[in-house]
Design a protein around this ligand. Structure first.
Ligand code: PLP
Length: 473
């Protein structure tokens, strides 16, 4: 029997590994009762857009690692080498001091960002958002922004899993059972035209969803509102691309009432939508953005908050006050693997022209999906930008009644059984977990896109074969 404690007996055998997993791992977002019969799939390796499980089965990953993260695909030796070199030079030092990759990456990132020049390092999207909220709250104690402590967020947006991040999230199912939430977070309606909260139709509406922001500021009192946090394009809430006027209107309202515009780019950042950042599609200039997932493509845990120099300067005004600076730390914000990987990540995106590929392939997906919609009346809406796409499934196009969870699961499992991993909205917004999510790596080519579309086509045919003829198209 092996005496090696790091390699327990049987650890090389797939079935035993699954047993270890079943007995000891508490999986994210998982009802474990179901895993008692069927242990979780266990992924062993990846190459490009393909992953292989411990039984040797291969899957085409149309999700970039499940949650929009492995944006450059698996097996990127350049990133691995950059991390390895950095770890052997220096793995870590607390962020009160400097280190080389952090300084370099801050410069490279700031050069990509219009008027956001200060980079604060952390280790997850939730954490980066928390930093932004702490900045708003601390500034609300200063004479220039006295009392402006409230943070406005939007229905169907998600900003993370910690209590403050959940307090600022519009996912009622994610939030259920974790309250009470924090005071001074205020919700405004979502901006999904397909299910307009104001029953209007674009472009004949007055962008009531953006106007609702001003109404909420006036209701709360402009002197109490510090910031608004928005995903540039809503991700887990169902891939919601706002109409072109929406974010510029929000930005104008922010200016008018001295409200900081915080854009959460945790999913949309670093090329996912065909531009470096999602907000670039809308010609707005945020005061703060947060980045995580694709920042290092999943090769290291890193997130950042980027702010304007004005915000940064506000924390230097009174050196006589021992508390007048940002007294925040992230232990793992001092890991050097993150910025080293993020530098290599940016280099690859530039060298391989992946922003352009994301745009071209995103358009190709939308075009192919529109073709599928002609054949499958269950496709109610197709939304997206770049390689970030949502397909909303409905029972009936007229009533827009959402497809139930059982059939969403069948579509998802059918694709998986045929070797393609797709995503889906999942226990996020009550009654609206009916969106299939596609976010293949930015390297996706036409052949892979066709494989993904073919798998979805077959899954929809298999799942909706009895209902397909009842549709009123
Ligand atoms: C838009 C958005 N913001 C923040 C987060 C939280 O990131 P993390 O899970 O790294 O804390 C997520 C996670 O999915 C997200 O989708």
């Amino acid at each position: 029997m092996s005496t090696d404690k790091t390699n327990p007996p049987g650890a090389n055998d797939s079935q035993t590994l699954r047993q270890f997993d079943q007995q000891h791992v508490w999986h994210h977002l998982t009802q474990h009762k179901a895993l008692e019969q069927n242990p979780a799939l266990m992924i062993r390796s990846g190459n490009g857009m393909m992953v292989t499980d411990t039984d040797g089965n291969q899957y085409l990953d149309a999700t970039s690692g499940g949650v929009w993260t492995v944006n450059l695909g698996y097996g990127r030796q350049q990133i691995v080498d950059a991390i390895a070199k950095q770890l052997s030079d220096l793995p870590y030092f607390a962020g009160a001091l400097g280190n080389e990759p952090a300084a370099k990456f801050a410069k490279v990132l700031a050069d990509l960002l219009p008027n956001l020049s200060r980079i604060y390092y952390a280790s997850s999207g939730s954490e980066a958002n928390e930093k932004a909220y702490k900045i708003v709250r601390q500034l609300s104690q200063s004479s220039s922004r006295q009392g402006k402590r409230k943070i406005v967020y939007r229905d169907r947006d998600y900003h993370g899993t910690t209590i403050a991040a959940l307090s600022s999230s519009g996912h009622n199912e994610r939030k259920a059972q974790y309250g009470p939430f924090l005071d001074d977070f205020v919700e405004i309606p979502h901006c999904c035209c397909y299910r307009c909260p104001f029953n209007k139709t674009y472009p004949s509406c007055n962008i009531e969803c953006a106007q609702a922001f001003e109404s909420e500021i006036l209701k709360q009192g402009p002197d109490t509102v510090g910031s608004v946090v928005l995903e540039s394009i809503t991700a887990g809430g169902g891939v919601i691309v706002p109409v072109p006027e929406y974010l510029p209107m929000i930005a104008d309202i922010c200016k008018q009432y001295g409200v900081l515009l915080h854009i959460d780019e945790v999913v949309t950042g670093m090329g996912r939508t065909g531009t470096w950042f999602g907000f670039e599609h809308f010609n707005v200039f945020p005061d703060m953005i947060t980045l995580a997932k694709g920042l290092a493509g999943g090769y290291a845990a890193i997130s950042v908050l980027a702010t304007t120099e004005t915000i940064f300067e506000a924390f230097k005004t009174d050196t006589n006050d021992p508390l007048n600076y940002f007294r925040d730390i992230s232990t793992f914000g001092g890991c050097t693997a993150g910025p080293a990987a993020a530098l290599a990540n940016i280099d690859i995106i530039q060298t391989e022209n992946l922003l352009n590929n994301a745009k071209i392939m995103g358009d190709y997906f939308i075009q192919q999906l529109r073709g599928l919609a002609e054949k499958h009346p269950c496709i109610g809406d197709i939304r997206g930008k770049g390689l970030f796409i949502g397909i909303e499934l409905v029972d009936d196009r007229k009533t827009k009644h959402p497809v139930d969870e059982a059939r969403m699961t069948r579509v998802f499992l059918h694709c998986l059984q045929h070797g393609v991993m797709i995503g889906r909205s999942n226990r996020s917004v009550a009654g609206l977990n009916n969106v299939l999510l596609l976010s293949p790596a930015l390297i996706c080519d036409k052949a892979k896109a066709d494989d993904i579309i073919t798998a979805i086509d077959a899954a929809l045919t298999a799942t909706f074969k009895q209902t397909v003829f009842k549709q009123t198209v």
